[in-house]
Each structure stands twice: as C-alpha cells, then as structure tokens.
Design a protein around this ligand. Structure first.
Ligand code: GLY
Length: 280
C-alpha cells in the first residue's frame, strides 16, 4: 500500500488576485480574505513541500479569470501513473482543467478526460479519498454518481465507494488518510458524525479510524512518503484542536509539519486542495 504515497512531485498553482472577491464560498458571511496573508501562507505551503519534505514542485501560473484556480486538487485525480482530469462540479471552475491537462500530459502521465467518458459526470477531487486500497467518493453538491462510474472505469484495480455528503463542501472537508490504513475523522457535529458512520459502514476494506471532536478542517492533512524524510504529515495548526493534536501525535514514525491555511479556508480551501501529489 505504501507505494502509492511515495511521492516525488507536487503540482500547485499560484493564487489568483481575483480570489478574495470572486472565489466560490459556501458562507457569504465568512470574514474577508487578507491577500498578503494568503500569499504568505501559500508560499509557506509550497516551501514545506519543496524544502522540508523534498518534493519537486511544479507551479502553474494563476489565471485571473479562474478565481479558485489555486485549488488544483479538484481538477485531477492521480493514482500511480494514471491521471483522470475531472469535470469540476461548479461551472466557474471548469476552465481550470485546461492548464492541468497540459501539465499532466507534459509530465508523461497516462491521461483520461472525464468529459470524454461521460458528459454528465461531475467530480471535484476534494471528494476523493484514496486509501491505497479503495477510492472513497463524496457524492456532494459538486460530485455525482456518474463520476463514481468513471472513477471505477479509470481505476478498475480499486473498489469505488460512494459516501453521501450532507454538510460541508467535500468528503475531505472532514476526513483524511493519516497513514496507510488509518483514517482521521472529525465528529464535530451530528451531521459530520453521521457521514463518518457511513464511511465506517460502507468501507470495503479494513481501516483504523481516529475520531476527533474538533472541526473538520483539523482532520484535513497531506500524507506523503518522500525519499528525503520518509512519512510526513502536513496538518493545520493544532492549538485550537487539542483532540486532533493528540491523534496526530499518536502516529509513530511520522514527521509532522504545521501549515496555516486559514485565509484559503475562508473560501472553503484546505491543505489537500492546494496540491496534486504524484510520482514521475
Ligand atoms: N472555493 C472553493 C470551491 O468552492 O470550489
């Protein structure tokens, strides 16, 4: 299982200046995005991936017409040498796929284009939790069941497990893989708890679940095995999330990196949203 998480490359995209005013956001009342702080936090994210963990970082330029373009995770699902370029669920995001398609092609990945497989399928990569054994898919306001079928056709070696998402934007808005076979789950609200129960019920493989009482964002992290460091986790700052802190600290042999993504969180971004991890 480990082999799927031995990454050497990350694709990221610069933040568009149009993001603070024009990015999609679930809660119109969330506080305004501070542009300078956003850039500082994003630079720190890239720095952790490149200089701490030792990945090669491919950084795509921003496109001002695409305010959410920093959230590259939503536009492709990469497992091993295969990449599925998605059709994101929100119209304003569908133009983001062109640059990603070219980038993945140039990196030599074996490409499948979702809209060529099924023009009805919609998928945000934030709804895909790949565990190394199975592909869990949030069926959400952005992702539909046709996308599950396309994922199953593209990656026939893994079972695809749909999970209904009733609150929050994406599946990974409240859970992540923290080690092969270990899933971290928030259980902050009754609705989140119910979705977590469904993951446990519907999972086709065996997992250990670490459940935390903290907000979903505390459970969103990157799990990376790099040549330089071995297993690492990039997680949000945990001062406000004592339960999650305990859960991350309980993982042995993993280097932990705290990375603040609070500005992008105001427009529903989390740590996993800002990169696509791969091995080339
Ligand atoms: N702002 C991220 C999204 O809604 O897709």
């Amino acid at each position: 299982m480990d082999e799927y998480f031995k990454y050497n490359t990350a694709i990221v995209r610069k933040v568009a200046k149009s993001l603070p005013e024009e990015a999609q956001r679930q809660s119109p009342e969330s506080s305004p995005v501070d542009w300078e702080n956003t850039i500082k936090q994003h630079d720190n994210y890239v720095n952790i991936l490149r200089n701490e963990i030792g990945l090669k970082v491919v950084e795509l330029p921003a496109d001002e017409e695409l305010p959410d373009c920093v959230f590259v995770e939503d536009v492709a699902v990469v497992i091993g040498n295969k990449a599925l370029v998605t059709t994101p669920g929100h119209k304003s995001r569908q133009g983001e796929t062109d640059a990603m398609r070219k980038c993945l092609h140039d990196l030599g990945l074996n490409l499948t284009i979702m809209k060529d497989m099924d023009s009805e399928a919609l998928l945000d990569g934030g709804d895909v939790l790949f565990t190394g054994q199975e592909i869990m898919v949030g069926v959400s306001s952005r992702t539909n069941r046709s996308a599950c079928a396309v994922l199953a056709q593209t990656f026939p070696e893994f079972p695809v497990t749909p999970i209904e998402i009733k609150s929050g934007l994406h599946l990974k808005s409240f859970c992540s893989l923290v080690s092969p076979g270990v899933i971290l789950l928030s259980k902050k609200t009754a609705e989140i708890q119910k979705m977590g129960e469904n993951i446990k019920l519907l999972a086709k493989k065996k997992y250990q679940f670490l459940e935390v009482d903290d907000e979903g964002v505390s459970a969103n992290c990157l799990y990376i095995i790099s040549e330089k460091l071995g297993p690492s986790i990039v997680h949000p700052p945990l001062e406000k999330y004592p339960d999650s802190k305990k859960a991350y600290k309980s993982l042995s042999g993993v280097r932990l990196f705290s990375c603040d993504c609070s500005e992008l969180a105001k427009v529903d971004g989390a740590l996993t949203c800002c990169s696509i991890l791969l091995t080339i």
